[in-house]
Design a protein around this ligand. Sequence first.
Ligand code: HEM
Length: 461
Amino acid sequence: MSAPVPSPTPAPTAPGGWPLIGHAHRLARDPLPFFTSLRAYGSVVRIGIGPTPAYVVTDPALTRRVLVTDAARFTKGGKIIDALRVFFGDGLATVADGDTHLRNRRLMQPMFNKAHIAGRGDAMIDQVRSMVAAWPEGHSRDVYADMNDITLAAFLVALFGTDLPEHIEGEFTALMPAIMAGTIRQTILPGWITRLPLPANRAHADRVARLRALIDSAIDHASNPGSQETQTTQCPHAAARTQEPTGLFRTLVSAGDQLSRQQLQDEAITLLTGAIETTGTTLAWTLYEITRHPHIEQRLREELREVCGDSPLRYADVDRLPYARQVLQEAIRKYGPAWMVTRTAERDLDLGGHHIPEGADVVWSPYLHQHDPAYFPNPDTFDPDRWEAGRAAAARGSFLAFGDGRRKCIGENFAWAELQIILATVLQIWPAFELTSRPPRPQAVVTVKPDTMAMAYHRKT
Ligand code: HEM
């Protein structure tokens, strides 16, 4: 006779919650220590986001159940996704699970396969090189802003081609920081405040409208590269450049009438916001860790010299830089970059022996799992060697930086290519760089970003 299955018990509640606001004060003040502290209370821990309960999964094996094995019961959703949908529309990252998601994912997947990305690799390298080489020597620069600008420019070249009119890129660069800040504000505040005709809400809506107009021009460009309109009114050099390959977004535009103009806009805006800050913050933290560990910098430079000699990096070199990949992977592990992702329980469920009520938000956090000492000994230590072949197997299971299952990051291959290109280019062009600000503190906003980080770059060591 088989033993009776025990009925699920209520999940333990994290201490320190306050009436009405729950743990919102902890999430606002020190979310990363708060999240990592939850592991001590159990594998699923109940917290309050305002008056609403949410269930944080602290065991990576259970997170895999949520994302993969039982994905049909834990659907994409939650308060944050609802707020983001106002801005992203029904783009891939916010659209509900189901046929539309499946169809759009299938249409978009080819854009991000390795062969397609390789086709854009050298154009990305040229773009990154010209920007990194333009930094004046010895001046203190905001690393986070630089890395976001470069990842944006590389993304635009890859997605929309090399001959995108310059004003589009300039306006994207100028708009994105305020848009990201406004989006965070919209997700944190109650919905009714974000709908009031306040100056901040109007300014955000105007910027989003401008971004959509820019995206629209970029889509026009991808649909019809070197068109008469583009050549004569927007970019005097376009005629000479029309032979150059167009961007990855053309794959989606060529999917015929399967996607409406509004859907193309939603997808472009989703990719843009998903791609920039994630890779930008990772690079900023990587450079920071390099300034703290001269032996890591030395190994990186040696590897680069062995592979490229004195020649500038070419895309074919990227896969031959395994140590650089380990360093980047360790930066992703240590700093997130995603720290809070949500799902919704489709019905009353049992997760790890705990009861999750229907409709509840279920929270998982790559940051939390990647700081689990059971899988990553001394998790606060920056140790790229933990990713060495042979040593990495145990760690891989709880490395969930790109998610898993049907909602796994579609841009992972692209992210790796971009990260490798930008890191190698900074190292090749600048033989030395130093931190000129105080040491940064991690700040969990959209990603885990540095609160401050400045560096100066030098031609001589
Ligand atoms: C270091 C870089 C990146 C990290 C750590 C990252 C992380 C993630 C994570 C954790 C998810 C899953 C969210 C969930 O389960 O709900 C995700 C989804 C997604 N990411 Fe990324 N991402 C990165 C770069 C990129 C890039 C470069 C792009 C675009 C080129 C991108 C586009 C997307 C999209 C569209 C989704 C939604 C996929 C879907 O729901 O089907 N990401 N990303």
